[in-house]
Design a protein around this ligand. Structure first.
Ligand SMILES: [Zn+2]
Length: 295
């Protein structure tokens, strides 16, 4: 563990290893609904920042199944969060513009979280750590399938007659996708080529083309311009990065087939913009990949 933190030049940090991980994080963050389950996987560690600095909380339950190199990597990743926390000016909070609507702020926060992961993972790639799990083609294939299923389900779901429900579902999916893209893009930004959509199945490629490809070049060019976590970003360029990032995520949402629109009285709407034909094709593709029949 100490090696992982040391590789990111993090010293004198408080590490808690607990078999009561979710409850400990919930208590320390005040987020009572915190859980460690992430779609079949478990969160291995979380860095919690407080007035007395950062504490890295490690989930003891996942350690026995991991080789030592994995444990070192987990701690190196959390070391990146510690570096960002310690600088305190490279987070999202405090960077909301006065003219920003709630939805613009929401996309900015979502984009910023992905950038934090990107910057940390880029450092790890530069230090020679192996790519994080979830970036191998079979995992990307699965993530894209889940993306397609979630987007289609959000539209079919009767509860989505309420636009707030539709919006929440889409933003949850968007959040997962941007993080996955950050993990894929980080080694690319460090000059290593580990992923190509050509490694996906026919349907996997179709999902990639549908959801990711239209903004991928723009995303990798923008993200490659952001330094890794070991290099501080001054406040002004960081704010510009956050604004650009909100626009990029807006473009991704548009690709998914949805858009926000601010009304003259300051309220906003959330709309589906893609055609029924597009969604029929997505549904058919999801059924083909999951071997089910449309109802
Ligand atoms: Zn992280």
């Amino acid at each position: 563990m100490a090696q992982g933190l040391a590789s990111m030049n993090v010293q004198d940090i408080h590490v808690v290893v607990t078999s009561n991980f979710a409850k400990t994080v919930a208590q320390m963050t005040g987020n009572t609904s915190y859980t460690a389950d992430r779609g079949g996987g478990m969160v291995a560690a979380k860095t919690v920042s407080g007035p007395e600095g950062s504490v890295v909380v490690v989930n003891y339950d996942v350690l026995p199944s991991r080789p030592p190199a994995d444990v070192q990597r987990i701690l190196a990743h959390e070391g990146g969060h510690v570096l960002i926390d310690a600088r305190s000016t490279e987070e999202t909070s405090g960077n909301r513009d006065s003219t920003e609507t709630d939805w613009e702020w929401c996309l900015k926060c979502l984009g910023a979280q992905a950038i934090v992961e990107l910057r940390i993972e880029r450092s790890l790639a530069e230090l020679g750590y192996a790519a994080v799990e979830g970036t191998e083609p079979s995992s990307v294939e699965h993530s894209l399938l889940i993306t397609n299923v979630e987007v289609v389900n959000a539209v079919i779901d009767p509860a989505s007659d309420d636009p707030a429900h539709l919006q929440a579902a889409l933003l949850t999916t968007l959040n997962h996708v941007t993080k996955m893209l950050a993990y894929i893009a980080a080694p690319l930004a460090a000059g290593q080529s580990i992923f190509s959509p050509a490694l996906l199945s026919l349907e996997g490629r179709a999902n990639w083309v549908d959801y990711v490809a239209p903004t991928w070049q723009q995303r990798t060019a923008f993200w490659s311009s952001i330094p890794s976590v070991t290099e501080p970003i001054p406040v002004r360029p960081w704010r510009t990065t956050l604004r650009d990032s909100a626009m990029l995520e807006q473009a991704l949402l548009s690709n998914f087939g949805f858009a926000f629109s601010t009304l003259s009285d300051g309220r906003y709407g959330f709309y589906r913009t893609s055609s029924d034909d597009t969604f029929t094709q997505r549904l058919q593709r999801a059924c083909k990949q999951t071997d089910t029949q449309p109802e």
